[in-house]
Design a protein. Structure first.
Length: 171
């Protein structure tokens, strides 16, 4: 058959936001891990959908590893940025990391799509995806296509909608 287009996706966001859980859910059922542990450094995961072959760099969000992120900016075609919608206290930290990312010389001005998952929507005190986008000032992003989805990574809800959007942007 036709060779699928290869896409490098960088998965970023604070520690405990749910990045690894999301990437695990996007893999085929027989390739999914049962136990998710905090990521040390980063993991590389591969999966395909109908037209694309994804290589995902699932980065650790722990502060001591965040300096690794920038080494992968150049070779990435898209970004998935995950937010814990229940962690209002650290929303400002997430915004700082996002702003640093978007102003980096290897990212700024590039038309690479950015998909946001407002994750952990199941938590009782989770804020809505609209509120998350306001808190992160996403409307200020003008040099890139972006999209935000509410998700519950444990149940796999909201994830496919985001991936469909990403696929449209890349295809
Ligand atoms: P680091 O690797 O440390 O950067 O964290 P991470 O962003 O990869 O988070 P991870 O996927 O390890 O998930 C952290 C915790 O959040 C785990 O206990 C998950 O089970 C939990 N979690 C992930 N997604 C959800 C969600 O949608 N809802 C709830 N309630 N918990 C979630
Ligand atoms: Mg992880």
């Amino acid at each position: 058959g036709l060779k699928k287009k290869e896409v490098n996706v960088l998965c970023l966001g604070l520690d405990n936001s749910g990045k690894t859980t999301i990437i695990n859910q996007l893999k085929p059922a027989n390739a999914q891990a049962q136990d998710i542990v905090p990521t040390i450094g980063f993991n590389i995961e591969k999966f395909k959908n109908s037209s694309l072959s994804f290589t995902v760099f699932d980065m650790s969000g722990q502060s001591r590893y965040r300096n690794l992120w920038e080494h992968y900016y150049k070779e990435s075609h898209a970004i998935i940025f995950v937010i814990d919608s229940g962690d209002k206290l650290r929303m400002v930290v997430a915004k700082e990391e996002l702003d640093t990312l978007l102003s980096h010389e290897d990212i700024r001005g590039r038309k690479m799509p950015v998909l946001f998952y407002a994750n952990k929507m199941d938590l009782r005190d989770a804020v809505s995806s609209v509120k998350v986008s306001q808190m992160l000032c996403l409307e200020n992003i003008r040099d890139k296509p972006w999209h935000i989805c509410a998700s519950n990574a444990i149940r796999g809800e909201g994830l496919q909608e985001g991936l469909d959007w990403l696929q449209e942007q890349i295809a």
